[in-house]
Each structure stands twice: as structure tokens, then as C-alpha cells.
Design a protein around this ligand. Structure first.
Ligand SMILES: [Zn+2]
Length: 611
């Protein structure tokens, strides 16, 4: 049975339109042919109804006569074959949403996301397919799919003119993003495979890092991931990096990733390390998430939600290893690694919803919670990225401690790769027995408390076991002035003083403050920014009553609020004062350098994040 063949053109960039032609061989199909587009895409758990972007659909038979196409549901068209052996379907796709999982077309580039672009026929989904891409003059192609006729030695070609991409089936086609634009390309070999980095968009001038730094560091990260699993799951790999103002995101694919970052990516160390973490994250998914995955994420129903309780495995493990690989590949210092862990820890503690939702529940509800953020999420759920990453970081330390350094989470990952990922077999919902077999430990406590339950991981305890103190305190400058940290238990949109969230049971909720309120004055003094609010409230003492003036739906309200003592706003990880030989040896085995002694290694101040 032959499969679908597509032609892709960027005919009208100023109208943000892609022109797509698909040739549908009909011999094995019935009298009615159903064309459909996914409602969502793997890796991003939201019903997006991509078909709303399709326009001007026309169908002709191989006799040259038009065929009618009628919608049968929001994502599907039914065509009467009327004897045609081949149907040719032409349509246009609108794309003007710059993200990693939607199309974006303008005069500078075209990012083409397969599930949002290529109509398919379910009966032909398992057949090989191809896309003939007509690359506009002056642009180059970067794509996560093999090129027809290319070799493993030179898999990328020059990316100009007409390039034919091939896929073993429609799922693979959807997993191969296509980027066209005036991109800069770097190619290198890492982990034993050819790797391409294609960068689109402008970087800010100057900065501490260069693309050469990025290429060198990326090669080390690829080497590290491949070494961890013992083999690469792809014959070549493409990183597409799109730089755009105020942008951030990534989407994993089997042999590529799409990454979006702001133009300051190479400016200063913190931003640069954030970029490395993003690229490391999406690459790690080539093993974990794309191949080591629950069955719901290996075989898709593109028309409806794919529910799984295991997104904490897909994203939590990846969140742990994205930063840990930066350390094991020696791209970042131990201090920088600890700072990343500490930053996540403070964000977890600031999420009251972690007491309501377990990692399994948060995974299952991704479609209506994490991907549909609203002001109540803070109180009702917890990110399986955030908590998942910390649970796995603590679990890695626990496995190392209890096995006296003979096992780690790496052993669990290799076992999951061998048993499931390499064989492309979906794993069962309860992974505890596999973690236990690979580590040789009874891990029922952590799974019961932190995965199926709502407890925090014992990160402070595990850090103590490698000779570190995790401390919480208040801003020393405030304390020096004899003041005490206070809060009202709300979040605000910086730089405005608009309330975005109200913590359950906090002073703001008790006073009747609601998400959406715009604060304009405190005790009669005008406030314009969230910083102004903190500046005025910060002078009060627990139990003081402040009068907040605010607009709600255009009406002025004055509400008295009793401010309360704030939770800690300053967190530190420091080397413990007394470190015995056992702890010092554990640190050495973990970080690969001598214990630093009693000094502060990482500090995070959280006062600026809330009110
Ligand atoms: Zn991810």
C-alpha cells in the first residue's frame, strides 16, 4: 500500500500562510475518504484544535474533476471518491503564533509543526510518507526528519532548493518539525552521531558567550546523555533554536528539538546556563518521554486527550537530569547546580497546591491544570516538572546513600531504557517495582509519600547526608533594621500591582482581596508597581492593619488587611560546619571534587516573588 505524499510551500509569508498539497492514494480506501488533523500534539497536553487554521481546501480526482469535501467533525473532512484512484488535496494553513507547538510564518521564517499542518487519512497512517519542501531562495531548511537520498555521513545536506523529507509513517512525520529561514547552521559530531544546530532570530550585541561556546558545550551535553544510556537512539540529531523577545519554551522530538529563547541567550552566565538546561532537557527526552514512555504516549489518538499518571516520570526525571547532566559534563559548577536545585525548592515551598495534588494526580490532570493555568492553580495543584524534578534529585541522593555509592538513578534510567525504551514497549503505570529492581532497594516510602501522596521530598535530609545544610531565614538587612518580614499571602503581576493569585487562608483572602484586583494605594500612598506594595507593607509589623485601595471591575474599594509574619524569604545551601568522613566521601562521589567545607554555596532570596 502506498502512503501520503505532501508538497509544502511558503507562498504567502505576509499573509502567514503555508500552501500544502497532499496526494492520497485511494486504491486501498473505501468510497468515502476521511481527512483529519490532530487536535493536540505529543509533548504538549492541551486540545488545540489545529484544524481551525485550515482554509481554502480543494480536492480533485486523477480525472481532473473536483470532489466535494464536507466537514464531519471539528477536525475532519469527508471526500466522496467517485472512482478516483488518487485524490489531490490542496489547502492553506494559517500560522502566526510563535511557539514550539504552533505554526509561525512571516517574511523572516516559517516554523512548520507537523500536527498543525499535515492532513492525514487514518487508514494510511502506518504507511511511509514524504514531504517535498520548496525552500524559498535565501532560506535554509532544518528538520527532524531524514532527507531522501542522504547518507548517515552527511544527513543534513545544504538545506536549499527542493528537499524531500521522508518518514516511516504519519506519526514520524508529525514528530519531525520543519524550520525554514535565514538560519545560521553549525554541525559537529557528538555521542558518535552527526549533530546540527540551526539558529534563527537576532541575538543582543555583546555578551559573555559565543556560539562557539554553545557548540562546544552542546557537544559535551550530547556526549554525556549518550554515555549515560550507553547508546544514542537516533542516527543524527537537530537542535533548532529560535530567538525572540520575551520567549521561552521547548518541545521534544525523536531526533530533534525545537527551542525558543529570548535574544539574551548568550549574554550572561545565568541566561546561558538556562539555555543549556533547556537544550539538555529536550535532548534527554529523546530517551525519556519519546521512547521510555507509557503506552498512551507511544500510540496516539490525536482526536482526544491521552491520560497518564506518569507525566512526573516523563518530565520530572527529565527536569532532574537536564541540570544534573550540566554538572556531570562539567558545564556548570557545583555551586551553580545547587543554586538551580535551591531555586526549585523555594518555588515548591511557595505552592500551597502541593498539599492537594499528588504527582500522579497532577500528571493526570495536566490537560485541565498545568496547560490551562488560572489563578486557582496555585492552591489546587503542583507542577510535575517542579516537584517531580526535586523528588528525583532527592531519590538519586537516597539511592547513592543507601547503596553506599554503588547505585544511582542512572541505573534506573538504564534499566528503563533496556526494558522499555529500546524495545519501544510502553511501561506500566506503576513503575515502583522497576525502580526497586534497578536500585536493589525498597522504595515504597518515597513512592507512597511523594508520588502517590502529597509529601515534600526530604531534600534537606538528603543534602545533610552529603554534608550540606539547607537553611531558611529572613532578609538580613530587614532584620538589622529591627523589622520583621510580613506578607498578605498574594502574588502580583510585575511590574504592575495587579493581584494574580491569593493564597488559601492568607491575610489577603481573609480581607476579601481577589485575583484581578488592581492595587492603587496603601494607607493613602499611591502604588504603581508590585515593588511599591512590598516597600509600604514591609514597614508594618505582624498584626498591623493596612488599608488597601483597589479597583475591582472598575469600582474603587477600600479593604483593611491584617498583615502577618511572612514565611522565610531567604534560603541557603551551605557546607556543614562539621563533616565526617562518610559525608565528605559521599559528596566527593556525587560531585567529583572535595567537600567545600563550611561556606555558603547557594543563596536564593524570594521576597520579590510575592506580596
Ligand atoms: Zn520536558
Amino acid at each position: 500500500m502506498s502512503g501520503l505524499t505532501y508538497v509544502l510551500e511558503v507562498a504567502a509569508p505576509h499573509e502567514h500562510l503555508l500552501d500544502v498539497t497532499v496526494r492520497v492514494p485511494c486504491d486501498a480506501l473505501g468510497e468515502q475518504v476521511d481527512l483529519t488533523l490532530p487536535a493536540w500534539c505529543p509533548g504538549s497536553y492541551l486540545i488545540r484544535d489545529y484544524a481551525r487554521m485550515i482554509r481554502d481546501l480543494e480536492v480533485t480526482g486523477d480525472d481532473g474533476a473536483r470532489r466535494s469535501a464536507a466537514k464531519t467533525d471539528k477536525s475532519s473532512w469527508r471526500v466522496e471518491r467517485k472512482g478516483a484512484r488518487v485524490l489531490t488535496v490542496r489547502y492553506r494553513v494559517y500560522g502566526h503564533d510563535l511557539s514550539v507547538r504552533t505554526n509561525h510564518v512571516d517574511a523572516s521564517h516559517a516554523f512548520v509543526h507537523g500536527p498543525a499542518t499535515f492532513l492525514y487519512v487514518e487508514a494510511l497512517r502506518r504507511q511511509p510518507c514524504s514531504v517535498e519542501v520548496r525552500v524559498p531562495d535565501g532560506w535554509r531548511l532544518a528538520a527532524g526528519l531524514p532527507r531522501a537520498g542522504a547518507t548517515d555521513v552527511d544527513p543534513f545536506g545544504d538545506g536549499a532548493g527542493t528537499v524531500t523529507l521522508v518518514a516511516a509513517n504519519v506519526d514520524e512525520l508529525f514528530d519531525g518539525p520543519i524550520h525554514l529561514g535565514a538560519t545560521s547552521h553549525w554541525r559537529f559530531t557528538a555521542g558518535g552521531v552527526p549533530v546540527e544546530l540551526a539558529v534563527w532570530g537576532d541575538r543582543v550585541s555583546g555578551g559573555a558567550f559565543t556560539v562557539d561556546d554553545l557548540v562546544r558545550d552542546l557537544a559535551a551535553i550530547v556526549d554525556d546523555h549518550v554515555a549515560r544510556f550507553g547508546e544514542a537512539p537516533f542516527r543524527f540529531y537537530t537542535f533548532v533554536l529560535m530567538l525572540s523577545h520575551d520567549s521561552y519554551g521547548g518541545l521534544e522530538h525523536g531526533m530533534s528539538s525545537i527551542n525558543l529563547h529570548n535574544p539574551r541567550a548568550l549574554a550572561v552566565r545565568k541566561e546561558y546556563e538556562g539555555l543549556l538546561e533547556l537544550l539538555s532537557h529536550e535532548l534527554f527526552h529523546a530517551w525519556n518521554g519519546k521512547r521510555i514512555a507509557p503506552p498512551q504516549l507511544l500510540d496516539f489518538d490525536y482526536g482526544r486527550e491521552a491520560y497518564t499518571r506518569c507525566l512526573w516520570v516523563v518530565e520530572g526525571i527529565t527536569s532532574h537530569f537536564d541540570r544534573w547532566a550540566l554538572r556531570t559534563s562539567r558545564r556548570i559548577t557545583a555551586r551553580s547546580y545547587l543554586e538551580k536545585v535551591l531555586d526549585d525548592w523555594t518555588r515548591l515551598l511557595a505552592t500551597p497546591g502541593r498539599r492537594r495534588h499528588s504527582l500522579e494526580e497532577s500528571s493526570f490532570d495536566a490537560w485541565i491544570k498545568l496547560y490551562k493555568p488560572d489563578e486557582s492553580n496555585l492552591n489546587t495543584t503542583v507542577s510535575y516538572y517542579l516537584k517531580g524534578g526535586l523528588v528525583l534529585t532527592a531519590l538519586d541522593l537516597e539511592i547513592r546513600r543507601r547503596t553506599e555509592g554503588s547505585r544511582s538513578l542512572d541505573d534506573v534510567m538504564r534499566a528503563l531504557w533496556t526494558q522499555f525504551g529500546r524495545r519501544r514497549v510502553g511501561y506500566p503505570e506503576q513503575l515502583q517495582p522497576f525502580f526497586e529492581e534497578a536500585s536493589g532497594l525498597d522504595l515504597s516510602a518515597v513512592f507512597e509519600r511523594c508520588v502517590r501522596g502529597t509529601d515534600d521530598p526530604d531534600l534537606p535530609g538528603e543534602l545533610a547526608a552529603v554534608g550540606l545544610d539547607l537553611r531558611a531565614s529572613h532578609d538580613p538587612a530587614l532584620v538589622a533594621d529591627g523589622l520583621q518580614a510580613v506578607w498578605i499571602g498574594a502574588t502580583a503581576q510585575a511590574p504592575m500591582a495587579r493581584i494574580t493569585g491569593v493564597l488559601d487562608g492568607g491575610p489577603a483572602q481573609q480581607a476579601g482581596i481577589a485575583p484581578g484586583d488592581e492595587l492603587i494605594a496603601i494607607d493613602g500612598f499611591r502604588v504603581i508597581s508590585d515593588g511599591d506594595v512590598r516597600g509600604l507593607l514591609g514597614l508594618r509589623r505582624p498584626g498591623d492593619v493596612a488599608e488597601l485601595a483597589l479597583f475591582r471591575r472598575g469600582r474603587l474599594l477600600r479593604l483593611p488587611v491584617t498583615v502577618a509574619a511572612a514565611p522565610p524569604t531567604r534560603f541557603e545551601i551551605a557546607g556543614a560546619a562539621e563533616v565526617d568522613e562518610v559525608r565528605a566521601a559521599r559528596w566527593q562521589a556525587w560531585m567529583g571534587e572535595p567537600h567545600p567545607g563550611p561556606q555558603v554555596l547557594a543563596t536564593i532570596a524570594t521576597a520579590a516573588r510575592g506580596l
